[in-house]
Design a protein around this ligand. Sequence first.
Ligand code: TYD
Length: 210
Amino acid sequence: MNSRGKFIVFEGTDGSGKSTQLRLLAKYFKEKNIPCYVTHEPTDSPFGAILRACMNGRIDADERTIALLFAADRMDHIQNSVNGIRAKLDAGFTVLCDRYYFSSFAYNGGFVPLEWVTELNRPAMELLRADLTIYLDVDPEEGMRRVGRRSEKERYETLEQQKRIREKYFEVFKQFGDNENIAVVKSRQSKEETQERLRRLADELFGGTL
Ligand code: TYD
């Protein structure tokens, strides 16, 4: 393993099917003998653990604290010398990451000034941009129906908030899209059809060599 891997990010509102599609894409890479590392934000590090506690209400924190914590968790995620994203890419792994800085812009940027959140995340943007960001676009009503089947409700999981977050995603894609490679994929067709579309995008990213 010597050439640098690709960095692929999944974004979307809640219930968009990100985790399922990410898992299926990782399976595809495995079949194609592409070394692949799967990760997510908030991470499983101690920084991410604090965030999870904030998201499910076990820790009370205001929106500014949360935005700061996400930026800190992300910096560790990028830079950690043991299991950080850059270390994995350098070791030749293609990294599939569930959420990255666009989640901060869309979720946290709706509650505290967006300019402030983007400043917090500028170091991350300068250090590491995704080779491909896949936005799985689900109708917020449908997303909420899917989330409704899960047991616990988390912060931001109301229909009004989800609608606002979706709008924010499109706003920030417009604002920051120039230096990015963003693919918006409708997540309303079947799981298999959506995955087929993602596999074609992956093929393109690898220059048709898969
Ligand atoms: P999600 O990705 O849906 O994971 P799970 O299925 O484990 O709940 O949830 C993560 C939550 O964190 C989601 O509500 C979005 C939020 N979030 C932010 O607010 N800002 C961020 O920067 C990130 C990465 C996530």
